[in-house]
Design a protein around this ligand. Structure first.
Ligand SMILES: Cc1cc2nc3c(=O)[nH]c(=O)nc-3n(C[C@H](O)[C@H](O)[C@H](O)COP(=O)(O)OP(=O)(O)OC[C@H]3O[C@@H](n4cnc5c(N)ncnc54)[C@H](O)[C@@H]3O)c2cc1C
Length: 412
């Protein structure tokens, strides 16, 4: 019986929204309150570095219209920041002075951009990209900027750089590591993307670190890479994020690269769950504690948490991680989670990179594809199935994942 129970969700982003929606899908009849510190309705972030930069249509970002929340009886408390969790009295304190009692509390506080300790990184006007407000500032800056420096060669830096190049800007991207997206993809795909972006006009400075940013003589900025200087009108810091854990930490919850959640996504306090960007959890596929910054993780975490709260169950998390990134006409998709040191086999068709198979101890663990959505979906099916494929198995089948997925579906 859930009618008299109260769920409070902190963070009205991807995972907060999904938890509220799934609670109702699971038949939860108690009260649901979502507290978020951003104005407006919950929205999706992925388009902020892609279509939104070109179109600027904020209404299309909203995850659901206001009527959805009204119809499902989901109370929206925005904008309002959660300040303190009184665990003893199971009450959340918010910035407006209110006290919100809860039976279950869900922490969906996401992450915040990280600025490396480089002199000048905090100069006024230097951009970052996390929120709708950040994207609006960038869109405005793009109207007058000609020369752009992007610091950081991960997904967001590269997606933004692609959009800026397509719009005719001169873009230099600086990455301290020797290859692009090094945390996320194989060396083969890093190289393929580097060649692709350079062919589109990107000036790439790999293995180089920004040592200082100063204000330029005629406005704009001067980005120093040691003795080398790059003059520009706009700087985007795309140097990663850090999980928002201060609320959880000050309540005494265990923090391990994020709010530490167990297999049921409960934190060190069983009444409190954590999800998405702010949470680390035991990943059954790698056997490691991981923290993932992806829509998939936020959504699948939310589904499990909603089920566990609504049905008062202790089901265990087991969703396969998957990711995507859109960069200038190349759609990168990753099924599964690879680790540094995993073997890689690049399959090229017609001279273009199509897919990279990743193997750990000879076992197929992840697939990276470029513009290969059906292979990606086949890999997701196979990696979630109770079968273990070796490199030899795949070689014998000419790496035909679609054929294999069909065979599996027929019970072969
Ligand atoms: C520009 C950009 C592009 C992206 N592209 C992709 C992509 O292509 N594919 C992909 O899989 N993922 C992508 N991501 C990542 C994806 O959007 C995140 O992983 C996802 O939003 C995480 O969901 P979440 O609920 O954990 O956090 P969020 O969606 O970030 O929501 C957290 C919310 O909590 C609020 N909050 C924090 N602290 C408090 C507090 N104390 N009180 C109240 N509210 C609080 C925050 O302000 C925020 O609104 C992208 C992210 C960005 C920024």
């Amino acid at each position: 019986m859930s009618a008299g129970r109260r769920v409070v969700i902190v963070g009205a982003g991807q995972g907060g929204f999904q938890t509220a929606a799934c609670l109702r899908q699971e038949g939860f009849a108690g009260s649901i309150l979502m507290i978020g510190d951003e104005p407006g309705l919950p929205y999706q972030r992925p388009p902020l570095s892609k279509a939104y930069l070109k179109e600027g249509d904020a209404a299309r970002l909203e995850l659901r219209p206001r009527a959805f929340y009204e119809r499902l009886g989901i109370e929206l408390g925005m904008p309002n920041a959660a300040l303190e969790i009184d665990r003893q009295n199971q009450t959340l304190h918010t910035a407006d002075g209110a006290r919100h009692p809860y039976d279950s509390l869900v922490l969906a506080t996401g992450s915040a951009c990280f600025r490396p300790p480089v002199p000048g990184a905090g100069l006024p006007g230097i951009c970052e990209l996390r929120s709708l407000k950040d994207a609006d500032r960038l869109r405005e800056a793009l109207k007058t900027a000609r020369r752009i420096v992007v610091i950081g060669g991960g997904f967001i830096g590269l997606e933004f750089a692609s959009v800026a190049l397509q719009a005719g800007h001169a873009v230099t991207l600086v990455e301290a590591l020797p290859r692009l997206m090094a945390r996320a993809v194989s060396a083969s795909l890093s190289s393929a993307f580097a060649r692709f972006h350079q062919a589109s006009g990107l000036t790439l400075r790999l293995s180089e670190s920004v040592t200082e940013i100063t204000a330029g003589a005629q406005g704009g900025y001067c980005v120093a890479l040691g003795s080398d200087q790059i003059e520009c009108d706009l700087v985007l810091m795309a140097t990663g994020v850090r999980p928002n854990v201060s609320l959880a930490a000050s309540a005494g919850l265990v923090i391990e690269n994020g709010v530490s959640a167990g297999r049921t996504l409960q934190t060190s306090d069983p009444q409190i769950f954590a999800l998405g960007d702010c949470a680390s959890f035991p990943d059954p596929f790698t056997g490691r504690r991981v923290r993932l910054e992806s829509v998939q993780a936020a959504v699948d975490h939310a589904r499990l948490i909603a089920k566990n709260i609504a049905k008062q169950e202790a089901s265990v998390y087991g969703a396969l991680p998957w990711f995507w990134s859109d960069q200038g006409g190349w759609k990168l998709q990753i099924a599964g989670l690879s680790l540094p040191g995993d073997d890689e086999v690049l399959i090229e068709r017609d001279g273009r990179p199509l897919s990279v198979f990743r193997f750990r101890s000879g076992r197929f663990v992840a697939l990276e594809t470029v513009n290969g959505p059906s292979e990606h979906m086949a890999a997701r099916k196979i990696l979630q199935a109770p079968v273990s494929l070796s490199r030899k198995d795949l070689e014998e089948r000419d790496f035909d994942l679609k054929g294999l997925a069909q065979t599996l579906a027929k019970g072969g």
